[in-house]
Design a protein. Structure first.
Length: 109
């Protein structure tokens, strides 16, 4: 599916990142939950993406144990929902930004 997506959309100027997954770390979503296999698969997708389109970075959302595999990481902060209080959102975001080289947020803040 990644190959088809890149083949189909590589010339769209609005595409800035290739998404490799979302919440790949929910144990109940898979018959087998193996972090090393998930990391290997994310690495394979990351390499394929860069081979097919070396001009764009890759991104995943919420898979903390794979955040070092991709170029850009977007954690689930949602202060007050997943953890902490809503009023902690800014600080929690700043703390997460310090953990990775490239950080992506929904509203760009």
């Amino acid at each position: 599916m990644l190959k088809a997506m890149i083949d189909q959309h590589r010339n769209h100027p609005s595409v800035i990142l290739w998404g490799l997954g979302n919440e790949n770390d929910w144990p109940g979503d898979f018959e087998e939950f193996d972090r090393e296999k998930i990391r290997a698969f994310m690495s394979e997708l990351n390499n394929l993406s860069h081979t097919l389109d070396p001009s764009r970075k890759t991104v995943i959302r919420r898979c903390d144990f794979c955040k070092d595999v991709v170029d850009v990481y977007s954690p689930s902060i949602w202060a007050g929902w997943y953890r902490g209080r809503y009023t902690d959102y800014k600080k929690m975001s700043q703390d997460e930004m310090k953990k990775v080289e490239h950080f992506f947020t929904r509203n760009g803040r």
